[in-house]
Ligand binder design. Structure first.
Ligand SMILES: *[C@@H]1O[C@H](CO)[C@@H](O)[C@H](O)[C@H]1NC(C)=O
Ligand SMILES: *[C@@H]1O[C@H](CO)[C@@H](O)[C@H](O)[C@H]1NC(C)=O
Ligand SMILES: *[C@@H]1O[C@H](CO)[C@@H](O)[C@H](O)[C@H]1NC(C)=O
Length: 475
């Protein structure tokens, strides 16, 4: 017999099983292959995507299916249309998972959706197997990138969506003489902005496709410039489509009980007390993501606090996304810095994880310190804002289009000249509780206004309508 005192665990068991799943996933990383990441960390190099799942299982995915009303979706005009999705690879990284989200949105309105993966490792791969099954379960047809079926589908399709610049290689390799017939109905979704993607090999057909869709204004502008200057080719009609948060992530972000449980759990595991202030960088650890400069700023902020004798709670930093095996030299450099400055008790390293939601629930401020041209978009930024967190970000790339300086966070310059401004901003948010909370709330409001899955679907719908129209006119 259930006594009232067992209420909490009973409650979680019956109503919040996914929460338990989330907690379990913090320690059992093998579970991740079954989980689709709903978040997209749009680093500009898909090979370095940080794979994170705000972490919800099949159950939630299924509920979502039934929630999408065919009539209420902005994509409902895609009903019965045949869409071929061409993914450069299939993995738990940002690009492919974002394309899968689109596949499911299209399935939700009754479109016929086919999926091919251009680059697959030889042999069996558990992640690919699981992701393909997930798609098959939801009525997406999955077939080989190279066979006749791929060619026939491309010829028959109403729309072909190429995902990432690299996927361009598929056109010549597979379609050969049919390329010109297919180009007028190709929508090219681009998430990269590093130099080595500006290769004619990948993108020579770009001028002839129906349109390109890019995650931020600054990335679109960059492509416009680089294609013209370097490759002497012209971009097709280009649409900027900011991404949105998945329903799954919003469900966790808006569930105060879940957030509290996750917060306590994560803080306990890190040895951070409830009233300590926790600043986090959640990205794959690499120089491009600027964790080294973040730690320098963090150290400077500790000095500032000491020097000015400020009365603030104790502050901590956590770097989520470590992978010693990949960035050994850089990772070692970070740890050496921490040891040398004797701040080991304040800086925590967490391995790369597929579940970011628990960390977003546990922290007080997100630091998005991507360097150089910054993020193409940086989905972690809107995810953090959904959790009512202020963001301290570099004034670069997509971050500057998401964060409103002074309102939902503070922007600082990329590079060394950003170290002191970031330190000052850390101190500001540590000293002014009210400001921190207000900024978090404003960030959340901004997400509700423009960065939900619904908004992304609206934006994509407008693009698809236009592209279909253009494709029909050219055929
Ligand atoms: C694109 O080129 C223009 C003119 O040269 C320049 O002002 C702008 O900053 C460039 N934009 C990007 C994103 O590179
Ligand atoms: C983190 O990863 C390293 C290897 O890269 C491993 O040795 C260590 O045990 C991992 N830590 C946790 C908590 O899983
Ligand atoms: C952000 O706003 C602060 C004032 O709130 C200002 O000092 C700073 O220069 C601004 N940064 C950027 C990158 O606009």
């Amino acid at each position: 017999m259930a006594k009232p005192s067992t209420g909490l665990s009973t409650f979680f068991f019956h109503k919040k099983r996914w929460l338990l799943l989330l907690l379990a996933m913090l320690s059992v990383s093998t579970a991740v292959a079954f989980i689709i990441r709903a978040a997209y960390d749009s680093s500009c190099d898909h090979r370095q995507h940080f794979n994170d799942v705000p972490g919800v299982g099949n159950r939630i995915q299924k509920t979502k299916d039934t929630q999408i009303g065919v009539t209420s979706s902005p994509l409902s005009f895609m009903k019965s249309k045949l869409v071929l999705l061409v993914s450069h690879e299939l993995s738990l990284s940002g690009g492919p998972l974002l394309l899968m989200e689109l596949a499911f949105l299209l399935r939700g309105v009754g479109a016929e959706v086919c999926w091919i993966t251009n680059q697959k490792p030889s042999g069996t791969d558990e992640v690919i197997y699981n992701l393909e099954n997930k798609m098959l379960d939801r009525g997406v047809q999955v077939f080989s990138a190279k066979g006749q079926e791929a060619i026939n589908t491309a010829l028959k399709a109403d729309l072909v969506i190429l995902n990432t610049a690299v996927a361009g290689k598929w056109l010549d390799a597979v379609l050969t003489k049919n390329v010109p017939k297919v180009l007028p109905k190709v929508l090219w979704w681009i998430h990269e902005m590093r130099g080595h993607y500006f290769k004619l090999d990948y993108v020579k057909h770009l001028p002839y496709v129906a349109g390109s869709m890019i995650d931020s204004h600054v990335t679109a502008e960059y492509w416009e410039n680089r294609t013209q200057e370097r490759l002497k080719i012209k971009m097709p009609k280009t649409y900027v489509v900011h991404l949105g948060n998945s329903k799954e992530l919003m469900d966790v972000a808006e569930d105060n009980v879940a957030k509290r449980v996750l917060r306590e759990h994560v803080r306990e595991s890190l040895g951070v007390r409830n009233d300590d202030i926790l600043f986090a960088a959640i990205n794959s650890v690499s120089r491009g993501k600027g964790q080294d400069l973040f730690l320098k700023s963090f150290y400077e902020s500790l000095l500032l606090i000491k020097e000015k004798k400020l009365q603030v709670p104790s502050i901590h930093a956590v770097i989520v996304g470590s992978d010693m095996s990949v960035q050994t030299k850089f990772e070692t450099e970070l740890r050496d810095f921490v040891a040398q400055k004797k701040i080991q008790h304040r800086v925590h390293f967490v391995n790369k994880t597929l579940t970011v939601a628990p960390y977003l629930a546990a922290i007080d401020v997100l630091v998005q310190n991507s360097q150089g041209r910054g993020e193409c978009f940086g989905r972690i930024t809107i995810e953090a804002m959904a959790f009512q967190l202020p963001v301290l970000g570099t004034s670069a790339g997509g971050t500057a289009e998401i964060v409103v300086n002074g309102s939902t966070g503070f922007l600082h310059p990329a590079g060394k000249e950003g170290v002191t401004p970031l330190a000052t901003n850390i101190v500001k948010l540590a000293t002014h509780v009210e400001k921190r909370l207000t900024m978090g709330k404003r960030g959340y409001e901004r997400v509700k206004q423009m960065f939900l899955e619904r908004h992304m679907a609206d934006r994509i719908a407008a693009v698809l309508k236009d592209v279909l129209h253009a494709a029909n006119a050219r055929q």
